[in-house]
Design a protein around this ligand. Structure first.
Ligand SMILES: Nc1nc2c(c(=O)[nH]1)N[C@H]1C(S)=C(S)[C@@H](COP(=O)(O)OP(=O)(O)OC[C@H]3O[C@@H](n4cnc5c(=O)[nH]c(N)nc54)[C@H](O)[C@@H]3O)O[C@H]1N2
Ligand SMILES: Nc1nc2c(c(=O)[nH]1)N[C@H]1C(S)=C(S)[C@@H](COP(=O)(O)OP(=O)(O)OC[C@H]3O[C@@H](n4cnc5c(=O)[nH]c(N)nc54)[C@H](O)[C@@H]3O)O[C@H]1N2
Ligand code: SF4
Ligand SMILES: [Mo]
Length: 738
């Protein structure tokens, strides 16, 4: 058979690079960057190449599994759904909706079928017990952005191609390729910034790969960003450096912020955050004095007890120095589809609220419809009314990715029923009674629902499937609808397509009013996420408005342009006030919830710093917990080592290569020491997502070098009280020779 060339957006991380994939006889023969791609221009990282390994991995599930007498056996789709129908409704009938929990993981964010249909499953189920990886990650950033700008995904993004100063706090885009910021080829863009005379500055407890190319790097005590940032804001006021510029008429609360940061003088916070007072002042002055500057912070500033406060203060800093919504500063993307800040009345909205319900055991507030994932284990293993007795997991591996994995594993084993949508039999899905695999990424079509809302440049792209879906393999949205049908009592025989038609008509009536002839005609013959995409694109900010705006975008237009690299929609542009969705129609610089929480930090300004704390790290050849089974990425030096500064190693009698035991109360893990002068003294680093030595998983390559599970050491009781985000960084540990 002849060779064919396909263009596919990479679904593995937020950079969303365009790939060029060559196929012969239904086998992938090469994967490279797509040079014409309007977003990524040919850039890729090593993970993309591993899509071939993923396609061919004998451990990847191609048929459902049912657990019989403790062993997962292959089953037909009919058998799998019949088993679910036999067992799931029974839990609902006897113990109610909240007895069934849902957990959603990271890969869902990269799958239009999951992202557009998970809400339908959750609505049908009606359980309060919905959890996701967001509370291991970016929930603080989303809450802060929501409170300030009125919507959870209205995130201010560095205008990297026009800025002259980029301050990066708690992020390592050289390795992670960016997060809450879709920025393929960060290195190229950073180098260009430096070439035009600009500066890159990094604040991180480790001299990271990003710090290595930066013009300056400052260590910070893990978890103490709020103190550094509050003191920088304090400096702006103290030295009369505050300017709001163009956005001034749309900013509320400047004086409240000024008052709130009064105690945070650089001298007061310096010991707590480990940054010299002079450095704090110099950083604040430099940002204020640079007309085109941007402050970007990510997961290091989120996975801590003050995560929402730190995320908020970053945008306070951007706003008070006249860098918000400004070219070369921080801008908001305008996505072609699905963006809430392009829907409804421009400039005003309902804003966001939290705490519409609370977790049964801890009382933690709901945020964005979710409860903290660190509450999951206790919601399963604590008896009482509303206890979770059945669980649906979707593309998630919380036994490795969530703190206190061993407790969660035990809890999962005690459930009456568990069903997992997942492509592997791994540390989490080994507990499932039924596993329902999705198609591989290359067998699935792709459109990014979330990331164009976070992209460095406006654009639109679509990818059809590269390889045919195997006979009988449903699309993941169909699997979700089948689950919804079973929950609704329609039975395992219900037809997903018919259900989809009914739901679409209902949604269209609810969202668009009585569906006009034009909408129904335009979506004829479409189903599932593609139908939702057609409606979103055509009614979106660049859309053809179903004929009212001839020449505007349609799905067909986007499909036609995609082999050529997609459609470039231009550089980000200022969008305030039009993008705001706060009830006031203003940027809320001083949300009461945040000012109130700042009181907590005031008590902690002179808090003691533990002798030794742990942070995580990422590696270019690893992706959270699930790509260690792919030979291309698994080869090479072992990556799950604990980085220790030589001074700390000497104090603990450890040498390079020694096996160390890391203790946190009763929890412990063992890892090999790697001496590293790039670590801040008093801080050690171990990557997360490892620990592939648990019985019952089927990951042959990963099991050869299982590594230590960082999350077996961390605490499931430590959270940011506002966002519910887990504390994964700056946790005190003890280190000794094993
Ligand atoms: N200590 C510590 N812990 C962390 C972090 C940290 O920095 N430190 N980072 C956190 C972050 S940011 C995140 S996002 C989470 C991620 O944590 P999770 O959301 O649990 O994601 P992964 O660990 O990547 O596991 C992904 C799961 O999805 C499955 N999967 C992959 N592709 C597909 C697919 O196409 N369909 C389906 N149905 N399943 C699929 C995989 O087999 C795997 O089971 O980890 C968090 N955990
Ligand atoms: N290769 C690869 N790429 C990935 C992933 C992966 O696992 N591997 N995961 C993807 C996912 S799910 C996400 S969410 C993104 C995350 O993307 P990033 O946010 O860039 O994540 P990290 O690379 O973990 O960088 C976080 C940095 O914060 C630092 N840090 C830790 N604690 C603190 C602190 O208290 N304060 C400050 N200032 N810094 C601190 C760490 O040393 C680290 O350098 O990466 C994505 N990309
Ligand atoms: S950086 Fe790598 S993993 Fe991320 S989208 Fe690009 S090619 Fe894929
Ligand atoms: Mo993440």
């Amino acid at each position: 058979m002849s060779e064919t060339t396909h263009h596919r957006i990479c679904p593995l991380c937020e950079a969303c690079c365009g790939l060029e994939i060559k196929v012969r006889d239904q086998k992938v023969i090469s994967i490279r960057g797509h040079d014409a791609d309007v977003l990524s221009g040919g850039y890729i990282c090593p993970k993309a190449v591993a899509l071939k390994d993923l396609q061919e991995d004998p451990d990847r599930l191609r048929t459902p599994r049912i657990k019989r007498n403790g062993v997962h056996v292959e089953a037909s789709w009919e058998e799998a759904f019949a088993e679910i129908e036999k067992r799931l409704p029974a839990v609902l009938a006897t113990q109610g909706r909240n007895a069934v929990g849902v957990v959603v993981g990271n890969p869902s964010a990269h799958k239009i079928g999951l992202l557009t249909y998970l809400g339908k499953l959750a609505r049908t189920l009606g359980s309060k017990n919905v959890f996701s990886a967001s509370t291991l990650d970016q929930m603080p950033k989303q809450l802060a952005s929501g409170l300030m700008f009125g919507h959870w995904l209205s995130t201010a993004l560095p205008d990297i191609t026009r800025t002259d100063l980029l301050l990066v706090i708690g992020a390592n885009p050289m390795v992670s390729n960016g997060s809450m910021w879709t920025v393929p080829d960060f290195r190229g863009k950073a180098k260009a910034l430096q070439a035009r005379g600009g500066q890159l500055i990094v604040i991180d407890p480790r001299r990271t790969e990003t710090a290595a190319i930066a013009d300056a790097h400052h260590f910070i005590r893990p978890g103490a960003d709020v103190f550094l940032l509050a003191a920088m804001v304090h400096t702006l006021f103290a030295e009369s450096l505050v300017t709001l510029g163009r956005v001034a008429p749309w900013v509320n609360g400047v004086q409240d912020v000024q008052q709130a940061v009064t105690p945070f003088t650089p001298e007061a916070v310096s010991a707590r955050c480990g940054v010299a007072a002079a450095t704090i002042r110099a950083l604040a002055r430099q940002i204020a004095a640079t007309p085109r500057a941007a402050v970007y912070a990510r997961i290091g500033t989120c996975t801590q007890t003050y995560g929402t406060l730190a995320s908020w203060l970053v945008d306070v800093l951007n706003t008070l120095t006249d860098h918000l919504d400004l070219e070369g500063g921080m801008l908001f993307a305008k996505a072609a589809a699905f963006a809430s800040n392009t829907v409804g009345k421009p400039g005003i909205g309902k804003g966001v609220s939290t705490g519409r319900h609370h977790a049964r055991v801890s009382g933690a507030p709901e945020v964005y419809g979710e409860l903290p994932i660190t509450c999951l284990a206790e919601e399963i293993d604590t008896p009482g009314e509303g206890q979770i007795r059945a669980l649906i997991t979707v593309a998630t591996n919380p036994v490795l990715s969530s703190p206190n994995g061993p407790r969660l594993a035990q809890a999962l084993e005690s459930l009456d029923f568990m069903v997992s949508l997942d492509i592997y039999l791994n540390e989490t899905t080994r507990h499932a009674d039924v596993i329902l695999p999705g198609p591989s990424p290359l067998e699935d079509l792709h459109y990014d629902v979330a990331f164009p809302q976070l992209s460095w440049r406006n654009h639109v792209r679509y990818s059809p499937a590269v390889l045919p879906r195997p006979e009988g393999q449903p699309e993941e949205w169909q699997t979700l609808l089948k689950l919804a049908a079973i929950i609704q009592g329609l039975g395992a025989q219900a037809d997903a397509n018919t259900l989809d038609d009914t739901l679409f008509t209902e949604d269209a009536q609810r969202l668009l009013g009585p569906p006009t002839q034009a909408v129904m005609a335009a979506t004829q013959g479409l189903r599932g996420p593609l139908r939702a995409l057609e409606v979103a694109l055509r009614s979106g900010p660049y859309g053809d408005q179903f004929g009212l705006n001839p020449g505007g975008l349609t799905l067909q237009k986007v499909m036609d342009a995609s082999p050529g690299g997609g459609i470039d929609l231009g550089e980000l542009q200022p969008r305030i006030p039009e993008m705001l969705r706060t009830p006031s129609g203003k940027v809320e610089l001083a949300p009461p919830l945040l000012l109130q929480d700042l009181e907590r930090t005031k008590q902690d300004i002179r808090g003691l710093t533990p002798d030794l704390v742990i942070i995580g790290r990422r590696d270019v050849c690893s992706n959270n917990s699930w790509m260690h089974n792919l030979p291309t990425l698994a080869k090479g030096p072992f990556r799950c080592t604990v980085l220790v500064h030589p001074d700390d190693a000497a104090r603990h009698g450890l040498s390079d290569g020694a096996l160390a035991t890391l203790h946190n109360g009763p929890r412990r893990v063992q890892a090999q020491v790697q001496l590293c002068t790039d670590m801040m003294p008093g801080v050690v680093s171990l990557p997360h997502g490892w620990g592939h030595n648990l019985p019952g998983a089927q990951l042959h390559v990963a099991a050869e070098r299982p590594g230590a599970n960082l999350n077996a050491l961390l605490d499931d009781q430590l959270r940011d009280p506002l966002s519910g985000n887990a504390v994964l960084s700056g946790v005190a540990i003890r280190l000794e020779r094993a």
